[in-house]
Design a binder for this molecule. Sequence first.
Ligand SMILES: NC(=O)c1ccc[n+]([C@@H]2O[C@H](COP(=O)([O-])OP(=O)(O)OC[C@H]3O[C@@H](n4cnc5c(N)ncnc54)[C@H](O)[C@@H]3O)[C@@H](O)[C@H]2O)c1
Length: 313
Amino acid sequence: MENSSQIFRVGVVGTGLMGSGIAAVFASAGRAVFLFDKDPKRLDEATKKIVDIYQEMHGVGLTSLSQAEILAHIKPVSELADLKAVDFIIEAVPEVLEIKHDLYRELETVVEERVILASNTSGFMPSKLSEFLAHPNRFIVAHFWNPPHAIPLVEVVPSQHTLPSVVERTIALLRESQAEPVLVEKEIPGFIGNRLQYAILREALAIVRSGTASPEAVDTVMKASLGRRYATVGPLETADLGGLDTFLTIASHLMPELAKDEDVLELMRVRVEAGHDGLRSGEGFYRWPPERAQEVIQRRNADLLRRRVADLG
Ligand SMILES: NC(=O)c1ccc[n+]([C@@H]2O[C@H](COP(=O)([O-])OP(=O)(O)OC[C@H]3O[C@@H](n4cnc5c(N)ncnc54)[C@H](O)[C@@H]3O)[C@@H](O)[C@H]2O)c1
């Protein structure tokens, strides 16, 4: 098949929050998915999580496969060596460089040179991740967003060593899986998405810290305006639509006023030190009783999935 990834079997290593979602995306696209986690309990839970994700997808018509068909595509394995038969491996183990390096060292003893090794890292550069690999030319970053079944973007980031064929096949595989790959041509910490996300977070923290507005007001402004618009037109399209002359004038006055340094992180540091790290502890900028947490996550997923269905027509 022309432009096909020719990738039929995918290995997913690490079946936590992201690994389970990524596995569901590939399985619902008809790939045979081999799942490995060093924690057998996590591996047991992964199948149930994938069924839950499948039900959300099926409920809005994002997959026509039956639950039995999806499950037939999933094969939990208890040894890393059981990934020998796959064509493409993506790891979603914790964002700790040593853990990822140790895993790659072990994987290279298991799989052939033809197998593509991908990382779902949130921000490590691929050249750093692949620095100890015997074959860094088969390594690539494929950064899915949470939740992977509802947000289509995958940032594809090669290092200077990555083979063009590895880039092409990774992009083809993602397209065949209804994802929306975007190639980041030059590696850079945080890639594109997290740089944009953290630039906004810095300004949001600065506004709250200065007493200008509450966290609720900042979040409402984003949700009721920019958040909606950005789903249809990006920031550079918006500038073109509004007129670059106007945007240039406003930016010349406003940009010198924007937050530039890390002192705003204090606002998060005091909360983390007090044990208020957000949803997990039940308190962060907001209080998160379980019913509220469930309601917000369900609403977020439902909105995102509606949008996915509309995009796919
Ligand atoms: N959480 C997010 O919103 C998000 C979004 C995008 C990317 N990421 C990235 O995805 C990766 C995974 O994040 P997560 O939130 O799913 O983590 P997680 O903690 O939910 O899951 C990590 C899983 O990896 C397993 N694991 C640890 N060491 C292992 C090893 N050596 N071999 C096999 N399995 C191992 C753990 O048992 C666990 O199940 C990280 O690199 C993270 O930066 C996370």
